[in-house]
Design a protein around this ligand. Structure first.
Ligand SMILES: Nc1nc2c(ncn2[C@@H]2O[C@H](COP(=O)(O)OP(=O)(O)OP(=O)(O)O)[C@@H](O)[C@H]2O)c(=O)[nH]1
Ligand SMILES: [K+]
Ligand SMILES: [Mg+2]
Length: 458
């Protein structure tokens, strides 16, 4: 730990700007001393609100309000914490922070309170991340998911997996220690059965985590197509208001337009782009270049086609997006085809028979939009919002995938010729990956457990 970790830190805890109440938080060994410098020496009862005057470095009154103390370790950070609740003006709160700095506090770095809570074992990494997710939540579903993670739902799942993995490692390491029996140990079927069970469970947690990430980050949809297909009209329909300019002039949209919307709690980042065509216009060319740039980052493409051109064009998907073959090379991007202007073509709104992931709509009348929305929920793998998953990040999903790959490799090692050392290495890798999620990796701890188990087992 660096020397600065013993600093007492201070920061404004409430959102910037004006509010009824603003909170300044102190954490560290000197929190109570520093608070005494600001509110005077009268003792503060733990976890009780006291009404006090807050004074600056010269002893002049800045504000008056409540001060609360939370002695460590029973506090959020595990250290002594003091909170001042004053009037929520930026200048007043800044003066209060300055007074704390004067009495010996240091300005907290971003996330430093949570980091200290993690270092003091009040939270694991996944929980600390969930705090940020809860604060950033853009939908009720994502807030609920973040709260579940904060309360430990995700960490518990991961810890359970780690626990089982440790049991398996103990068994395998024991086998390696007794080489003459190693083969029997590893081929008695128990290891393979345990590995398969673990794989199934990691897969289940991964599926929930993917759901959680979806609820948190949503799906990025890029609307693309030829000029005048009705891309901006579709964007406006999905957004529920006139976000984008719609005119009968081909090449209306040039800049990339983004809207955050939700379908039954599934967040979608919808991106409208310039119509794709050969154009001598430099501004339009730049718009088209940006359109392809967005497509490369998308989770899914909504390719809008004017249905008056008939469904013949569907046989030649390359024609739907000129240049796309070249521009989107090596990209496996899922595509939904939207045949627009049903009111003009006479095609029946809804899914198009015989063509998967193809929908007929009228952006003008709204017909067919519900079927398209249901389809988007389905392809996202989005389920009802009542049974909320825990929130998860890409990092967690990557870690779970790594654990899965390592376990899978281990299972194959076992099939080959029961190579204990190699299997042990895979199990170690799987555990490391899982413990990255909660930030709990401690080799000594594991060694201790293996050792004590040897004493009992063998
Ligand atoms: N009748 C009918 N007209 C539509 C429909 N959708 C869009 N339009 C019209 O088609 C024209 C082009 O619509 P936009 O939404 O601007 O098309 P776009 O694909 O965004 O066009 P660019 O941005 O120029 O590439 C406008 O005149 C719209 O009013 C529809 O479902 N039915
Ligand atoms: K247009
Ligand atoms: Mg447009």
């Amino acid at each position: 730990m660096s020397a600065t970790d013993s600093d007492t830190i201070v920061a404004i805890a409430t959102a910037p700007g004006r509010g009824g109440v603003g909170v300044v938080r102190l954490s560290g060994d000197r929190a109570l001393d520093i608070a005494a410098g600001v509110v005077g020496d009268r003792p503060l009862q733990p976890r009780q609100a006291h009404f006090r005057r807050f004074r600056d470095e010269r002893g002049e009154v800045i504000d008056e309000g409540l001060v609360l103390s939370f002695p460590g370790p029973g506090s959020f950070t595990g250290e002594d914490v003091v909170e001042f609740q004053g009037h929520g003006g930026p200048v007043v709160l800044d003066m209060l922070v300055r007074a704390c700095l004067y009495h010996g506090a240091r300005q907290a770095r971003p996330g430093e309170f949570s980091q200290r809570a993690f270092l003091n074992d009040k939270l694991d990494l996944a929980q600390a991340e969930a705090i940020a997710d809860l604060v950033d939540a853009g939908t009720q579903a994502s807030a609920r998911a973040a709260l579940r993670s904060l309360q430990g739902a995700f960490s518990e799942e991961v810890n359970r997996l780690v626990e089982q993995l440790i049991q398996l490692r103990i068994y395998v390491e024991a086998a390696i220690d007794f080489p003459e029996e190693e083969i029997d140990f590893l081929s008695d079927g128990r290891v393979a059965a345990d590995l398969r069970a673990l794989l199934a469970q990691v897969n289940r947690v991964l599926a929930t985590a993917r759901q959680g990430r979806l609820v948190r980050e949503g799906l990025t949809l890029v609307i693309a197509g030829r000029p005048n297909a009705g891309k901006s009209s579709l964007m406006n329909r999905l957004a529920g208001f006139d976000a984008a300019i719609v005119t009968e002039v081909p090449g209306t949209t040039r800049d990339v337009l983004r809207e955050s919307i939700q379908i039954d709690g599934l967040p979608l980042n919808v991106i409208d782009t310039a119509g794709l065509r050969e154009s001598p216009d430099r501004v339009e060319q730049e718009g088209i270049r940006r359109a392809y740039e967005e497509m490369r980052k998308a989770d899914r493409l909504l390719v809008v086609v004017d249905s008056q051109t008939g469904t013949e064009s569907l046989k030649e998907p390359a024609l739907l997006l000129p240049d796309s073959q070249k521009q989107l090379e090596n990209l496996e991007l899922p595509v939904t085809i939207v045949l627009n202007k049903a009111d003009l073509s006479g095609l029946a709104p809804g899914p198009l028979d015989g063509h998967p992931d193809t929908f007929v709509i009228s952006a003008a009348s709204g017909e067919g939009l519900d079927a398209l929305r249901d389809h988007l929920k389905a392809v996202a793998g989005y389920q009802s919002t009542d049974e909320s998953p825990f929130s998860a990040r890409r990092r967690h999903i990557t870690a779970l995938e790594q654990a899965l790959a390592a376990l899978d490799k281990g299972l194959r090692q076992l099939g080959d010729h029961a190579a204990g050392e190699l299997l042990a290495e895979d199990l170690r890798a799987a555990q490391k990956a899982l413990e990255d999620i909660t930030g709990a990796f401690t080799a000594d701890d594991l060694l201790g457990r293996i050792f004590s188990s040897f004493c009992i087992g063998k």
